[in-house]
Design a protein around this ligand. Structure first.
Ligand code: SF4
Ligand code: SF4
Ligand code: SF4
Length: 347
């Protein structure tokens, strides 16, 4: 499936640039040493090394986009992303960290990403739709693997077609004289069936995780191997605070506090901030986590941090009937917080 995808998307991007439908294209390229850096390309000839769906995810596309698109530039940009990257971009637009005004998001049916630590090991160099062992744990339970953004390149069920999902997407396809009303019933059926299958996997995994890390003792156990490297925070596309609460000076316990804790309990563990950091992050992230799995892939201690955040996020978003990254116009519950609500949950 991958073999046909790259040439088709490269041709599409080239047409968009040469017909001046967009001014630039943001896409990963084949870099040195099996790396896939993001590039902003204006010259159609430079698309030769484009790799629209790299086998691994090293830098999240929404994070790359946020690094330069906080305010809308003059030109239109076509951005090629995986569905979870496009959903994060939509969340970041609500947090005023990306301006989507001049941006067209194009995604494709996503087979998932190979874990960074396993890429090239045991012959795994590509995600395989038919072998879930080739992809990261959160990709195995991903239910939003397609149909996100303005245009989606559908690969299953109806052959390979560009499907417009918004007016923006429809107008871009129409500018290239491409069909905008192709039959998509087979693709939608394929997506519905796979979503149903993945929902079952997700529910089972979440149940197991809930049993393993319920309560303070469970959480302490899960995070017992945490080395405090903060990789999970660094790679997360959503972690939106300019200065993390955990790094604020007045958050650091003075020596006296440690001594007091030690006197009370007989001994005090150093780095008491581990649980505080993770619980604080859960509280901040739980409405906008897009379950992309970047944090878990970057964790050197094999902590199921992505699945945990995704599970907590599932409960919070259900509470607010909100789905992170789905609808650019749905207000972020954090922004519409009312003092007088959710009293049922206070006790
Ligand atoms: S979580 Fe995995 S399968 Fe889902 S969109 Fe992201 S990379 Fe693709
Ligand atoms: S918390 Fe983890 S899974 Fe959620 S958006 Fe951030 S990196 Fe992705
Ligand atoms: S990446 Fe893993 S080890 Fe590092 S702080 Fe996060 S959970 Fe802890």
């Amino acid at each position: 499936m991958k073999a046909g995808l790259t040439p088709m998307l490269v041709k599409f991007m080239r047409n968009c640039l040469s017909e001046r439908i967009v001014d630039s294209v943001m896409v990963p390229v084949n870099g040195p040493g099996d790396s896939f850096p993001w590039m902003l390309i204006t010259d159609p000839e430079m698309l030769e090394n484009a790799e629209p769906l790299p086998p691994t995810m090293s830098v999240h596309g929404a994070k790359a986009l946020a690094s330069f698109a906080q305010t809308s530039g003059e030109g239109k940009i076509l951005v090629i992303l995986r569905p979870c990257e496009a959903r994060a971009a939509i969340e970041l637009s609500k947090l005023e960290q990306i301006d989507l005004e001049n941006i067209v998001l194009l995604t494709m049916d996503c087979p998932g990403a190979v874990p960074l630590s396993e890429y090239g090991e045991n012959g795994i160099t590509e995600p395989d739709w038919s072998d879930s062992d080739t992809v990261r744990p959160l990709c195995r339970q991903c239910t939003e693997f397609t149909a996100v953004g303005d245009i989606c390149l559908a690969l299953h069920g109806n052959g390979e077609i560009f499907v417009p999902l918004t007016k923006e997407g429809e107008s871009l396809l129409a500018s290239l004289d491409m069909q905008t009303d192709a039959d998509t019933s087979g693709w939608r059926k394929w997506a519905d069936n796979l979503t149903e299958e993945r929902m079952k996997i997700k529910e089972t995994e979440r149940e197991n995780l809930r049993n393993a890390c319920g309560g303070l003792n469970g959480l302490t156990e899960v995070f017992s191997g945490c080395i405090g490297c903060r990789n999970c925070r660094t790679v997360c596309p959503i972690c939106y605070c300019r200065l993390c609460f955990i790094d604020m000076k007045d958050r650091r316990s003075p020596a006296g506090d440690h001594l007091d804790h030690s006197r009370k309990a007989g001994a005090a563990r150093f780095s008491t901030n581990t649980l505080l950091f993770h619980i604080g992050r859960m509280a901040h992230m739980s409405l906008s986590c897009v379950s992309c799995g970047m944090c878990e892939d970057a964790c050197p201690s094999d902590i199921p941090i992505g699945r945990l955040l995704s599970m907590v996020s599932g409960s919070t978003t259900d509470l607010f009937s909100y789905n992170a990254g789905e609808d650019p116009l749905a207000p972020l519950p954090l922004n519409t917080f009312q003092k007088d609500e959710l009293h049922d949950f206070e006790d």
